[in-house]
Design a protein around this ligand. Structure first.
Ligand code: ACO
Length: 325
């Protein structure tokens, strides 16, 4: 048994192709789909996103983020004894992207699996890794969120295709005598499947149903703000902390208005909110570790800071992790 788990390094990776709102609007206009930089910025806060080239997979992005996190932690791939990849856009139906990524890291033998909780995937994966480290199943875990969400976007639907991007973020989570992860709180409610889903599947060698993302934006918006507040409060209560103890709120980067709404409900000033949605769009399971890494590397988040990570996404799934960095 280990007493605690603690993040010892963060990393991220974005595919080089950056597409601004104006560029995306021009591409969409060529196919008769109308949008504008003004509309996207005003409703979402998004200014640009990155798109992976067709030959680049989730594990390709994830392995780069993982290498960067290992370097930050001063660890080698051979130190890793658990790999969890949170993704909704895996390389293949099976095997998991985690096993493919493990091979790309040049290691073998340790447990490796994917977690599918859409945009809450990273907080789910981090919670599972924390439990496995504390029970002694692992000492040095790689927890990765990686997505090529552009693959499942309907570029004929302006209400969704402007919102998402591709990318990856990773953390190294190690056994520690000092905290670490303080508390977490995970939830799901499957009755909301219809408001955000990719309903297609593989059946008899063909895609069966619609393999592109479908969303009721307003229903998602309303649910998201409410559950993010609840999850944050529940996590703080479990850790015996209050909002005043939070140095940085790092929510899933879906929409600036959802994030500001959550900060407001928690009575946190906006300068405690880490925002990367403007530059990355919504990268689903990758968004939280990407935002965390950007905040760490820019010097915002420092060792000893208390962080509230929060995810919400399809399912519906939601959850939060409170930690001392
Ligand atoms: N460009 C221009 N006009 C647009 C676009 C676009 N890209 N998309 C929609 N519109 C139009 C609509 O057609 C509508 O026009 P109409 O009034 O003539 O019918 C008008 O803009 C308003 O549309 P609404 O859907 O009412 O716009 P809303 O203010 O609700 O914003 C949005 C839409 C941004 C999707 C919002 O509902 C939202 O942010 N929801 C949260 C969803 C989210 O962030 N999902 C991410 C995935 S889930 C997750 O990660 C948690």
């Amino acid at each position: 048994m280990n007493k605690y788990s603690r993040i010892t390094g963060t990393g991220s990776f974005l595919p080089p192709k950056r597409v601004t709102n104006a560029e995306l609007a021009a591409q969409l206009a060529a196919t008769g789909v109308e949008t504008s930089d003004e509309w996207i910025v005003e409703r979402t806060g998004i200014r640009a996103r990155h798109f992976a080239e067709p030959e680049v997979s989730t594990s390709d992005l994830g392995v780069q983020a993982a290498r960067n996190a290992l370097e930050a932690a001063g660890r080698k791939p051979s130190d890793v004894d658990l790999i969890i990849v949170a993704t909704s856009t895996p390389d293949m139906v099976f095997p998991s992207s985690a096993t493919i990524l493990q091979n790309k890291l040049g290691i073998a033998g340790c447990a490796a699996f994917d977690v599918q909780a859409v945009c809450s995937g990273f907080v789910y994966a981090l919670t599972v890794a924390d439990a496995m480290v504390r029970t002694g199943s692992a000492k040095c875990a790689l927890v990765i969120g990686a997505e090529v969400f552009s693959r499942i976007l309907d570029f004929g639907d302006r209400t969704t295709c402007v919102l998402f991007g591709d990318g990856a973020g990773a953390v190294v989570l190690e056994a520690s005598d000092t905290p670490g992860i303080l508390a977490s709180d995970l939830h799901a409610d499957g009755k909301h499947v219809e408001i955000l889903c990719v309903p297609g599947t593989v059946f008899g060698g063909k895609v069966h149903g619609n393999p592109l993302l479908r969303m009721d934006g307003q229903a998602v918006f309303k649910l998201a703000v409410g559950v993010l507040e609840e999850a944050a409060r529940a996590t703080l209560a479990k850790a015996g902390k209050t909002e005043a103890d939070i140095d940085w709120l790092i929510p899933h980067q879906a929409n600036i208005r959802i994030m500001q709404g959550t900060a407001k409900k928690l009575k946190l000033p906006m300068d405690k909110l880490v925002v990367t949605v403007d530059q990355h769009g919504n990268t689903s399971a990758a968004s939280i570790p990407l935002a965390l890494d950007v905040a760490v590397r820019s010097g915002k988040v420092r060792k000893g800071d208390t962080l509230m990570l929060e995810g919400v996404g399809g399912g519906f799934t939601w959850g939060a992790v409170l930690l001392d960095f």
